[in-house]
Unconditional design. Structure first.
Length: 348
């Protein structure tokens, strides 16, 4: 891939408006053989050359099927997993260059909310202790100030402050996720990675949690990386969406562009699977069914990683890796079959 391209260069934004910048990020997990004298015999290429910017106050959604590298990308950005290569910046600070102690001091500015709301909470601690823990560890106030802050956070996420003495098993899944959100907000972060925070919840609760994320963003000026596999929900909460496949970004653009003019055949396939409320439109539209299996991330195909499932693949797709480039303003694509004016031979 070519050097990182700013994904906002046509809309008048400046460097100081960028909250997170990811440049050519890779995360490969080594495969070793042998018990005593083990040696590396391969690697799982979970994230492979990913680049994007996230603006202050923006939500960037990341979608893709299971195993495409979405969660690994989020963890690598926060250095919960050490990247194999590439750079990540939080404003002007290069996260990937920090030593452990320097990174620890930066942690309050960036937090993560995990998928499993129960496993993320210590079952032996009360809600008050769980939410207070980040503040106690970072010594951000007196015991009284921390108690007041816990009550404030519970109200902020829509929970009864009187329930602070209860334990995680006494709450529903949606309430437990609210507790996780309150804990993530304890240190007043600026950037939050939301790793499929609604996928384990009932559909009726998912909308409530998504609305809570939006309300908190408006109140606190938060910036989100929102990871999910539900494209319709990601479109609802996000300003822009990145579509991932086998550790790479296939397409990145605004939600409106993705809905009105998806250019990559993989994106078109995903969009064709999103239900449409209008029965007539649903009946008349064409579904794009992909054939074949997803290749193993330990043995990626030559050329475009999608070519073995692409319905319009040509010889160039099997021989050359497509450049990730801006085909029209603020619309990025990794596909040989889209020209510089945004025209494409991709047919729905």
């Amino acid at each position: 891939m070519s050097e990182h391209i700013s994904s906002q260069k046509h809309d008048g934004t400046t460097e100081d408006q960028i909250m997170v910048r990811v440049q050519n990020l890779k995360k490969h997990f080594p495969i070793t053989k042998g018990v005593i004298w083990s040696k590396q015999v391969g690697a799982v290429k979970a994230v492979n050359n990913v680049s994007f910017d996230i603006m202050k106050g923006e939500t960037l959604g990341v979608v893709g099927e299971s195993g495409c590298g979405k969660s690994t990308t989020g963890r690598a950005i926060l250095s919960l997993l050490k990247p194999t290569s590439g750079k990540v910046f939080l404003e002007d600070i290069e996260i990937t260059a920090l030593k452990d102690e320097e990174l620890r001091h930066l942690r309050p500015r960036m937090q993560m909310i995990f998928q499993d709301s129960y496993d993320s909470l210590n079952p032996r601690h009360s809600v008050a202790k769980i939410i207070a823990e980040p503040m106690v560890v970072n010594k951000t106030g007196s015991p009284r100030e921390i108690r007041d802050r816990v009550m404030e956070l519970l109200e902020l996420v829509g929970l009864n402050p009187n329930h602070a003495v209860r334990y995680p098993h006494e709450f529903s899944g949606g309430q437990r996720q609210r507790i996780n959100i309150a804990k993530a907000l304890a240190l007043n972060p600026e950037f939050i990675v939301c790793d499929e925070p609604i996928s384990a919840l009932d559909v009726s609760i998912q909308a409530q949690i998504v609305n809570l994320f939006q309300d908190l963003q408006e109140q606190l000026g938060l910036t989100y990386l929102f990871i999910a596999h539900d494209l319709s929900m990601v479109q609802h909460i996000s300003h822009r969406v990145a579509v991932m496949y086998l550790g790479q970004i296939m397409e990145l653009t605004s939600c409106k562009n993705l809905s009105d003019n998806p250019l990559h055949p993989y994106t078109q396939s995903l969009m064709s699977a999103v239900p449409i409320p209008d029965p007539k439109q649903e009946l008349n539209r064409t579904r794009i069914i992909l054939e074949g299996e997803v290749p193993s991330p330990t043995n990626l195909p030559r050329g475009c990683v999608f070519h073995n499932r692409c319905p319009i693949a040509q010889d160039i797709c099997t021989d050359q890796v497509p450049e990730y480039r801006e085909v029209i303003p603020n619309h990025f694509l990794a596909c040989h079959l889209a020209d510089d004016k945004g025209g494409s031979s991709i047919a729905a």
